[in-house]
Design a protein. Structure first.
Length: 612
């Protein structure tokens, strides 16, 4: 999610921090900032928006200090703003902290610290950390390292921290729990970062820190400590052979596979901070409970992959909130005369936030009096600016043209919206909301299992499909919606023609396509319509189809009707689109690779469609 960079050494830190933050831009962010030791104090500069804006501002100062920390932030607690941007400081400004992760008990800590006389200037969870460190020093901690250790004993949640103090020039203290952090030593100093690409020009030998460990960086070198404060004599050093391009890919052969594997993190980041006091909270929607309760119709407008996310959301909004919901392709919506009133909510979904047809549809809807809510992956994009509120999907920078992690981020965001509408309308009780949220959060771990276990089955199915000229994707219910996305992925990156149909439509035309060996890819997870889908597969097999089934673990019956089975964990049907989409992504990629295609940059396609 966020990005951390730190340097202490013999060169001015300013340029190193900016270069490192620029390398981390792929992670996505809404603000950036640095703290640099200069002339006996910490100079802290942060800006909302791009690293380039921060770099422009720093150009007016041209700090010469050789120790500093930097950060790019994705908002979780507190909206994107300069006040909420990192680094955050202590009351006296002598301590600065950058942080990735979530401090779950920050509210209690903040109340305690305020009672002790500390004043806060932001809405973030992070700001409790510099105040805890400051308090530890007041209470007798002998140095910054000890104070950081003491502060971490009070923290509940996930964190990667880098800390500097004006009272210990040239020193950075770093530590982590459940959030990545790497440390390296180069010829000109020591580095700490959330991703190795921020320091790869300086060193290829890094220490990947373990939970609870601390590192003290000085220009002379790095000392590592256990959580108990004992020196680690022989830290494990990892040598990196990647060039910068491979480093950005994280060792994966292509960006698409890397981004598929980032999806568990996307789920966790998108859900972070959304359940507050046992109730859902989406402050960005910028509508009161009373205004939300008046919503009597929802339109989801989108294009391509985002449209498929909307189809999934339509089922959830109508099923849970009992509000009529239509999902429409934006290029069609803008040229007809939909029924829109002041109690209509229009949800615009766009990965890039600049899709021309979606923007035009937003403007038309606003003119007609609708409230517009955007779901996008790009902070400050036109969709974000022209909507009444926005959820950022926290997918971070997506490089492969075919969207994977952005799609899953959209599905999770739309699922949250459906749950919120059901909560406000009183259609789901609070205990139901909490149960659904826990199960939704569990899909992150289930996706990790799929990624770890289904590789051989995916590869076997891909080899069986790679020489086909066409393929048919089928499903029912939620499976019908996600099968559309599976067909699109296959078309986009393998250039193999594919269609998607609700399985119940087989005898109304598509069955004419099927002959010996024709690939039929079925989303056949356990659901209320599972038996109906099996009947459709029997019809396909009887005509010679080669069936690939995405099925629920433990379902041995499906093997009677499928040539290849890719199993996924059992989940609630409402969340099955999240888990079922992952093997479809992997299958499309495996087929494309087998056919010799460039999976990251398919022909004729662009990441952002800014013309009609």
């Amino acid at each position: 999610m966020c990005g951390i960079v730190g340097f202490t050494g013999t060169r001015p830190a300013q340029g190193i921090l900016i270069e490192g933050l620029s390398r981390l831009e792929y992670r996505g962010y809404d603000s950036a900032g640095v703290a640099i030791y200069q002339d006996g104090k910490l100079e802290v500069v942060h800006r909302k928006g791009k690293v380039s804006s921060l770099a422009h501002t720093l150009g007016h100062f041209d700090f010469e200090g050789t120790c500093g920390i930097g950060h790019t932030r994705w908002a979780t607690h507190g909206r994107p703003s300069e006040a909420n941007a990192h680094p955050h400081t202590s009351c006296d400004g002598r301590i600065a902290v950058v942080h990735n992760g979530i401090i779950e008990n920050f509210a209690d800590l903040r109340e305690e610290l305020q009672a002790a006389g500390h004043s806060f200037t932001s809405d973030t969870d992070t700001e409790v950390v510099p105040h805890l460190i400051e308090q530890a020093l007041r209470d007798g901690a002998p140095d910054l390292l000890s104070a950081v250790r003491s502060a971490c004993e009070r923290l509940v949640g996930a964190y990667a921290l880098a800390v500097v103090s004006a009272d210990e020039p040239g020193t950075i203290v770093a530590t982590r729990k459940d959030s990545p952090l790497v440390v390296g030593q180069g010829a000109e100093g020591a580095y700490v970062a959330s991703d190795i690409i921020a320091m790869i020009d300086a060193t290829r030998d890094v220490v990947v820190m373990n939970d609870g460990e601390l590192a003290k960086l000085t220009p002379e070198g790095v000392t590592y400590y256990t959580a108990a404060g004992q020196v680690i004599e022989d830290p494990r050093v990892t040598h990196v052979d990647w060039n910068l391009d491979v480093a950005e890919k994280g060792g994966y052969p292509d960006f698409m596979l890397k981004e598929i594997h980032e999806q568990p993190r996307v789920i966790r980041d998108t859900l972070a901070g959304r359940l507050v006091g046992g109730a859902l909270s989406i402050d960005e929607l910028d509508l009161s409970v009373e205004e939300l309760n008046l919503i009597d119709r929802v339109y989801i407008i989108a294009c391509g992959t985002s449209y498929h996310a909307g189809l999934i959301a339509k089922n959830l909004i109508e099923g849970w909130a009992r509000i009529p919901c239509e999902c429409e392709v934006a290029s069609e919506f803008r040229y007809r005369n939909p029924i829109i009133t002041p109690t209509t909510l229009v949800v615009a979904v766009s990965q890039s936030g600049e899709t021309a047809d979606t923007l035009a549809a937003i403007r038309d809807a606003r003119v007609k009096g609708a409230r517009v809510f955007g779901i996008t992956n790009v902070v400050g994009s036109p969709v974000a600016r022209e909507s009444d509120g926005v959820i950022y999907t926290k997918a971070n920078k997506e490089i492969a043209v075919a969207s994977t992690k952005s799609f899953l981020g959209q599905v999770v965001s739309l699922t949250l919206l459906a749950m919120l509408l059901a909560q406000v309308k009183g259609k789901l009780k609070m205990n139901q909301i909490r149960l659904l949220f826990r199960e939704l959060a569990d899909t992150a771990e289930q996706v990790e299992r799929i990624l770890a276990e289904c590789g051989p089955a995916v590869e076997e199915a891909a080899q069986a499909c790679k020489d086909a000229r066409s393929a048919l994707f089928v499903g029912r219910g939620m499976g019908a919606a996600v099968s559309r996305e599976g067909a699109l992925k296959l078309k986009e990156i393998s250039y193999l023609h594919a269609e998607s149909y609700p399985a119940g439509e087989m005898k109304h035309g598509p069955i004419a396509l099927i002959d010996e060996g024709f690939p039929v890819i079925a989303v056949a997870t356990k659901s209320p319509v599972y038996d109906k889908l099996v009947s459709n597969l029997q019809e396909s097999k009887a005509r010679g189809a080669m069936v690939v089934a995405i099925a629920t673990e433990g379902d041995e019956e499906i093997r009677k009707h499928a040539d290849h089975v890719i199993y996924i964990p059992k989940v609630r049907d409402a969340f099955s689109a999240i888990t079922a989409s992952v093997p479809l992504q992997l299958l499309a990629r495996a087929i494309a690779v087998a056919r010799g295609c460039d999976v990251d940059q398919p022909r004729n396609l662009a990441k952002s469609v800014t013309v009609e």
